[in-house]
Each structure stands twice: as C-alpha cells, then as structure tokens.
Design a protein around this ligand. Structure first.
Ligand SMILES: [Zn+2]
Length: 112
C-alpha cells in the first residue's frame, strides 16, 4: 500500500510516498502532513522547512516561522514509527541569534 502526499512549504511543493502494509497504517504515517502549518506563537502561516544535522549524525527536521523565527521540531512516537510536530518555540541561545551587523566602511576614521 502506498500513499502519496503533496504538501506546500513556502514556495516549494514536496511529494512524499509513504509505504505501509495497509491503508490505515499508511494514513497513520501520513497524518502528520494533514496538520495545518501555523505558528502557535504569532499565528503566521508563513512556514518553511528547515533542519540541521548534529556531529553525532542525528538529523533534526524543523518547521520555521517566517514571521517570528520560531521553530517546531519533528518528533517521533516511541511506538508505531509515526511523527508529530512539536510546538513552535523560540530558542534563546547565542547560536540561533542573528549574526552581528556588518561593520560599515564609513564609520572608521580616515587617515588625513
Ligand atoms: Zn511565528
């Protein structure tokens, strides 16, 4: 049994094939993609996919809110192999922060 899911994220459309033993199992695994992508912090629907890989090889898939920058990480149920989206939240770590503004060429003292 195969279920094909088409989903829009930002300006892209992704198409997924979900293979499972029967219809119920396939829909169970695909249910995650029927959830409305809306930020629970600012209610924006400007959501795109993002992710990162750790040094240990773990892959984290995230939805990122284009308005407030909050992210929602994909979680896995302990049994059944299905996924769920965690709530949107903002991280306060320095790594996630905006890069320092570029220094202007015009604010240094000219040598004359
Ligand atoms: Zn937001």
């Amino acid at each position: 049994m195969k279920v094909i899911v088409k989903k829009n994220y930002g300006s892209s459309q992704i198409e997924l094939e979900i293979e499972a033993q029967d219809v119920k199992e396939a829909l169970f695994k695909g249910a995650i993609f029927t959830i409305k992508d809306q930020c629970n912090l600012c209610n924006s629907t400007d959501i795109s996919l993002d992710g990162n890989k750790t040094e240990e090889g773990h892959t984290y898939l995230k939805r990122r809110c284009g308005k407030c920058g909050a992210t929602s990480t994909l979680g896995t149920y302990k049994t059944g192999g299905a996924y769920f989206w965690k709530k949107f939240e903002k991280y306060q770590t320095k790594q996630e922060g905006a890069p320092p503004p570029e220094k202007s060429n015009y604010d240094t003292d000219l040598p004359f």
